[in-house]
Design a protein around this ligand. Structure first.
Ligand code: AMP
Length: 191
């Protein structure tokens, strides 16, 4: 099995690259952001709750996020592996993920961080917001709050995975193709 976490700030390219990698390695792509947006679209209770946080660019509470993630993994048995995109985003989510994966005899093979400077990411997100209509991509104060959430709650995960020897870093600057090839080579190497 190959289980990879794609890590990085909003706009780093996690979703775009996960789309390629899932096809290349025949993996299931789980994006917690997409799952929340689907719940919002379908007007579920979870969607209603998530929206109140997402609209401000805040993280959704750990408990509901972890439960949603577990449900999604459990729905996909007998698979070659998973790409986790946008999860975990806090130390507590990472610990819950470790515990959960262990209980089903799985483990994370690699956490790959896509790195880019804030000013590049801001420009990308504003452009993306014009195309996808996402309100949290269109408002600079929401974007900056998402970066703040990342710096405060998510960036400590780099040390968490580095301590396990599982952290890999790739520049998120360059053409989509270049980054894709670097990711493919890295996953082939660690697998
Ligand atoms: P994304 O599509 O990954 O940029 O996520 C969009 C928004 O969904 C984030 O700004 C959070 O409000 C929420 N979200 C997505 N994944 C998580 C997570 N793992 N933990 C908490 N909130 C999340």
């Amino acid at each position: 099995m190959i289980n990879v976490i794609l890590f990085g700030k909003p706009g780093a390219g996690k979703g775009t690259q996960a789309d390629f990698l899932k096809k290349k390695f025949n993996l299931i792509h789980i994006s917690t952001g997409d799952l929340f947006r689907n719940n919002i679209k379908n007007k579920t209770q979870l969607g209603l709750l998530a929206k109140s946080f997402m609209d401000k660019g805040d993280l959704v509470p750990d408990e509901v996020t972890v439960d949603m993630l577990k449900d999604e993994v459990n729905k996909n048995s007998d698979v070659r592996g998973f790409i986790f995109d946008g999860f975990p985003r806090t130390i507590s989510q990472a610990q819950a993920l470790d515990k959960f994966l262990k209980s089903i005899n799985m483990t994370i093979n690699a956490t790959i961080s896509l790195e880019a400077d804030d000013y590049v990411l801001e420009k990308r997100l504003i452009k993306r917001g014009m195309l996808n209509g996402r309100s949290d991509d269109q408002d600079i104060s929401k974007i900056r709050n998402r970066f703040k959430e990342y710096n405060l709650k998510t960036s400590p995960l780099k040390k968490y995975y580095d301590d396990y020897g599982k952290l890999y870093t790739i520049s998120g600057i360059g053409s989509i193709n270049e980054i894709k090839n670097k990711l493919i080579n890295l996953i082939k190497k660690i697998n």
